[in-house]
Design a protein around this ligand. Sequence first.
Ligand SMILES: *Cc1c(COP(=O)(O)O)cnc(C)c1O
Length: 823
Amino acid sequence: MSINIKSLISVLDAEWIGSDTDIFVDHISIDSRSLQNGSKTLFIALSGVNNDAHLYIAELIEKGVQNFVVQYIPENVKGKANFLLVKNTLNALQQFAGYYRNLFDFPVIGLTGSNGKTIVKEWLNFLLSPDYNIIRSPKSYNSQVGVPLSVIAINAKHNLGIFEAGISTVDEMIKLEKIIKPNIGVLTNIGSAHDEGFQNLEQKINEKLLLFKNATTIIYQKNQLVDLCLEVFCERYPLKDRVLFSWSFTDNTSDVFILERENTNETTTIQYQYQSEFFDLKIPFSDSASVENAISCLLVLLYFKYDFDTIQNRVQMLYPVQMRLEVKNGINNCSIIDDSYSSDFQSLKIALDFLESQQKKNATKTVILSDIFQSGFSNEELYSKVAQLISDNNVNRVIGIGATISSFAGKFSNCITFQNTAEFIAQFESLNFNSETILIKGARSFQFEEIVALLEEKTHETVLEINLDSISHNLNYYKSKLADDVKIMVMVKAFGYGNGGLEIAKLLEHHKVDYLGVAFADEGISLKNGGIKLPIMVLNPESTSFPSIIQYQLEPEIYSIKGLKAFLKIAEERKLKNFPIHIKLDTGMHRLGFEENTLDELIQTLKGNSTVKVKSVLSHLATSDELKHFDFVISQIDLFDKLSSKLISALDINPIRHILNTSGITNFPKAQFNMVRLGIGLYGVSNDPSEQKYLENVGTLKSIISQVRTIPSGDSVGYGRRFMAEKETKIATIPIGYADGISRLWGNQVGYVVIKNQKAFILGSVCMDMLMVDVSNIDCKEGDSVIIFGESPTVIEMAAALKTIPYEIMTSISQRVKRVFFR
Ligand SMILES: *Cc1c(COP(=O)(O)O)cnc(C)c1O
C-alpha cells in the first residue's frame, strides 16, 4: 500500500491541516502501542466514550509518526504534524477501507452467522490456499473496527478474499457490507447468540443477510425461516444471476442434501447428494457444530468446482482452530504466545503487536517463525519485509524453521534456522530458553503445536481466562461516570482481585489511570519489578516494610500517629524530601485511619515537615452498596469533607481527596472529590443489578472433563456417599476442587458447571482436587471443556447461593490455577 494522503481529503470528507507537500503512507494504525508506527504511518485516532487515542498523539509524534486522522487537534500538538480533521474517526476508518476495497477486483467471500464464522474462515483458507493467494481477516477481526483493518491489508498480489462480519445490533451490517463487498456470501449457523441486540430471530437474520446485498451467490443451511427471509431479501435487493446454494439434513429440495451420518468418537462420515449423484465425505470431527461448519466449507468447494477426490483429501485434514492470541506460562520463566496455526504477513504484524503489549521488563523477545506462505510477494521481497518488521519490533532473537526462511537467514540479525520442526526439537535443550517472551508462529504443516507443548509449563488443565478487552470496557464505563478532572485510582490488590496483577496493571498503565492501589508492600514491589511506572499506593504498609517502600518508590497510606512517626524516623534517617504519603481518615468504617480526636496531633506532627508530602487524603465508605444506609454514607462523606478540610487548611496543602469505591461511584456521584478508587467494577461485577448489564465479564474459570462413566441406580458418588443415584446416571469428573478455591458449599447439587451450554449439577461433595457432575443429558466426552464460572454461572450467582460476596469467590481462586490473558 502506498497512498498519497492528500487524496484522502475527499474520500474522508476531511479538512487538511498540515504541510503543502505530497505525503505518502504505507501503513494504517489505530494502536499507539505498536512498534510498527513510524514516519510512513497514518494514525487514525479512534475515540470511545472515554478511551481517546487523541491523548497519545504527542507520544506518537515523538516516535516519528507525522500523519493523523483526528476528530480534534489537541492543544499540545498543534502545528507539530499533519492532520486530516474529520467528524468521526471510526467513520473515516470505515470510509477509507471501503475506498481501498474498491481498488481491487477479485472474488471475495463474506461470512456471517452467529457461530462458526471464524472456524469456517480459517478452514476455507486452509482448503483453498493451495490454489489462491488469500487475504483473510486475522483471528476473529469481524467488528466495526476489525473489518476495516482486515480489508486494508489487501495487496495487489491477492486473488481471493475471505472476510467475516459480526454484528450485535441493527444498522451495523450495512456499514460492513460497504467495506467487504463480498460476491460470495456464506451464512454459517444462525443460533441464538447476541440476541439482546435484536427484536427476534427474524430481524437478526434479515440484518445479517444485508452482508450479501451485492453477492451473486449465497450459501446457507436451508430452513423455513431463512428461506422466508431470503425471499424478502432477494425481492428488496434484486440482482441479476443471483444463485442461492443451500444444504440441509432434512430437506431434499436443497442443492446438497445430507443423507446419512455415521459417527465414531473422532470422525463423522456423511453421505451427500449433489446433482443427483451420491458421495461420501469423511470429516475429522464428531461434534455437530464442526460437522455443520465443514459442510459450509464443502459447499464453497463445490461452488469452486473442486472434484470429489480433492475435496475429500483436503477436508480430511481439517484441524481445530485457535480463535485468538493467548499468553501462556512457559518453562524457565518464559511467557509464550501461541499462534501456531497461522503464518502470513498480516497476522504476523498483529501477533508482534500483541507480543509487545505482553512484554515483561527484562524479558528477551523471541520469535519462532516458520516459512510464510501465500503472501503474494516474491520470497526476496517477503523476507525483507518480515526482517524489517521484526527489527522494528525490537525482537532479540529469531528462530526460523523451514527451508525457505533458512535460505534468507542472512536478512535477520541474531537468527538461527532449522530445516524443519524435527531438527529444532532435536536441538531444543541447547537453545536454553530462559526469561523470554516467545511468539510461536507457524503454518499448519510445520506442526508447531509440538513446539508449544515443549515450551509450555506443564500444569493441570484448569485455567482462569482473563479477557483484557472487557477490563478496558469496564474501566471506560466507570470513567464515563466521572466529572472532568476527577482522577482514577484502580485497586489491583489481592492479585487484581484474583485476576492477575501485573498483566492488568500493564493494561491500566496504557489506559493512563492515575494511580494503582495495593494492600501490601510486596504486591507493589512485584508490580514495580515488572516494570510498572504508575504511582502505587499501599493501603496497609507494615512498618517492617517501610525500607522497601522507600526503595521501590511506593507510596504508603499512613493511618496512625505511631505509623507516621515510624515512617518519619526512617525517612529522616535517609534524608528524604517530600516523600509522597497518603493520609487515611476514619469516618465510620472503623478499620484503619485517624479519628477526629487524633487530628490535632496529626497536624502538629506534619506541620513544617518537609520529609514527607501529603499526596492525598482519603477515607473509605462502609456501606456504599446498601442504600438502606444512605444516611450513614452521607454522614461519612460530610465528616470526610470536614476533617480533610481542617487538615488541608491547617497544613496549607493541596492534596487529592478521595472516598468513593465502585459502588460509591455508582450511588454517590456528588462525592467524587478529586479522585475515585475503582475496584470490583473493573473486574466486571457491580453490586447494583441494574448496572450489571453495562459491564462485561472478565474472568472465566475453565476446566476439562477427565473421565466419564455411567453408574447404575443405587450406587453412590464421592466421599461420604452423599449422592445416591436413583436412576442410571452418567457422571463426569472435573479436575478442580476446594484447593483451587471452589467452596464445598457449592457441592451436593447446590452448584453446577456448564458443559456444552448446559448445566451439569455437582454430585456429592467437592473433593480437594476434583468434583463430579451429572451429565446424564449432555452429549459430552473426556477432554471436553467445562465452565466453572464466567458468563454462566456468574460469580454473582455463586456468591448468592453460597451466602457470600463475589469478592470472596474471585479472590479465592488459588494461585495454582493458571491465568491466561487474551484480547
Ligand atoms: C478495596 C478497596 C477499594 C475498592 O473497593 P470496591 O468495592 O472493590 O470498588 C477502595 N478503597 C479501599 C480503601 C479499598 O480497600
